[in-house]
Design a protein around this ligand. Structure first.
Ligand SMILES: *Cc1c(COP(=O)(O)O)cnc(C)c1O
Length: 403
């Protein structure tokens, strides 16, 4: 496995991400930032160039670069992926009283942003084929709503753990019902979907996150990308306090302060240069987990789909307790005891106390994934030795539990 460690190692530093006592073994983290001398130089160059104030050349260049690699015409960089979903939804017409269909199997930010925009998230279950929004259940939900005249204001699809959703069907359903589609590609920059299109290019607009644990990071940040120039310019306007171009700061509506800063854009730009390498590293990590653990009875990985490769943002697997004799929590606790961070699959939104009263069209798929699933350390800085440790602990728990 030395080859895996060497591949793409480049100039990446291997020192601890956080403070670690002298001589202590570094905790193996789920998905730490992967930054090095190039990011440091880019950040200092922006600083030394005097571009500390909010906007600057790195911001525009970061937007242009992300738009170009996504294959869309326009982009606006924001303070977070959550802000990006929020402001994009506002521009899609979401407001008080509006229902927005959201996959129940996602990070809470997807649903929270709907609430920020004044709407009500209504949940739809995942399909086992890709763990993403089920086109069958979405069709049922849209048909029901069509019959009763309750058309949703928007649909948000999520590219979970870096796998593009089934956009051939989801885009067609949204077009048929004339409902705008927003793609939450927070976990999927670098993934490819239907017809070879890049993650982020589906629907009316796409959203990326550059949070510290995502594939690439600006230490915190997000972006809206779209071919719709008006939508992107409106989001830019709302994100800068809805300030009209008048010397005295005229305001016709209420805005937000949600732009990404130029300094952070400089960091994001440097990260973007190596996004393909980072995705390749995560995919190699995932391939090794599959090779070493996938053959064990009762252990399964998300199915591969026909429409394009995942980024493998997080490497997930499921443990069937009826076969393995253990569930994911036993594995997580054993990993934690060995100083290795693992995390359950996202708890479905329809199971979250805060959203318990919201409508949900569910068939048990996300409940089953939550009950059996676990995310293993997946970062692009994970070394072969660290992955050895992870695999050894998981194997030992499975061996010890085997009936
Ligand atoms: C991380 C994430 C977000 C939110 O992005 P932030 O930049 O953390 O606000 C939204 N949706 C999904 C699916 C995410 O994983």
């Amino acid at each position: 496995m030395a080859a895996a460690a060497a591949a793409g190692a480049g100039d990446r530093p291997r020192e601890p991400v956080g403070p670690v006592a002298a001589g202590a073994r570094r905790r193996v983290l789920l998905s730490p930032p992967d930054v090095g001398p190039r990011e440091r130089a880019a950040l200092l160059a922006a600083f030394d160039g005097g571009w500390i104030a909010p906007v600057g050349p790195d911001l525009a260049a970061f937007e242009a670069a992300v738009a170009a690699r996504t294959g869309v015409a326009h982009a606006v960089a924001l303070a977070s992926g959550t802000a990006a979903i929020h402001l994009a939804l506002l521009e899609l017409g979401v407001g008080p009283g509006a229902d927005v269909l959201v996959p129940t199997l996602t990070f809470a930010a997807t649903a929270n942003a709907v609430v920020h925009a004044g709407g009500r998230p209504c949940f739809v279950d995942a399909q086992a084929a890709d763990w993403n929004l089920s086109p069958d259940l979405l069709a049922e939900e849209l048909d029901d709503r069509h019959r009763s005249g309750r058309r949703p204001a928007a649909v948000v699809a999520v590219d979970l753990y870096g796998q593009c959703a089934d956009y051939a069907r989801i885009e067609a359903l949204c077009a048929e019902h004339e409902v705008p589609l927003l793609e939450d590609a927070a976990e999927a920059i670098g993934a490819t979907g239907h017809e070879g299109r890049a993650a982020g290019s589906f629907g009316v607009a796409g959203v990326f996150s550059f949070n510290g644990n995502k594939l690439i990071t600006s230490s915190g940040g997000g972006m809206v990308v779209s071919d719709d120039r008006r939508l992107v310019e409106r989001v830019r306007h709302l994100a800068t306090q809805a300030r009209e171009p008048a010397a005295h700061y005229e305001h016709l509506e209420v805005g937000w302060n949600q732009r990404l800063s130029n300094l952070l854009a400089a960091l994001g730009r440097a990260q973007l240069d190596s996004v393909d390498d980072k995705v390749a590293r995560r995919r190699a990590v995932n391939a090794r987990y599959r090779a070493e653990l996938g053959g064990r009875p009762g252990v399964a990985f998300p199915p591969d789909v026909a429409w394009g490769p995942s980024t493998r943002w997080l490497s997930c697997l499921t443990f069937d307790p009826a076969v393995t004799g253990i569930g994911p929590e036993a594995v997580r606790l054993a990993l934690d005891a060995a100083d290795i961070e693992a995390r359950p699959i996202w708890k479905p939104m329809h199971r979250q106390p805060v959203f318990a009263a919201h409508p949900a069209r569910v068939d048990g798929t996300s409940d089953a994934l939550f009950a059996t699933g676990l995310c293993l350390p997946s970062g692009s800085t994970l070394t072969a030795d660290e992955q050895d440790r992870v695999i050894a602990v998981v194997a030992a728990v499975l061996d010890g539990a085997r009936p």
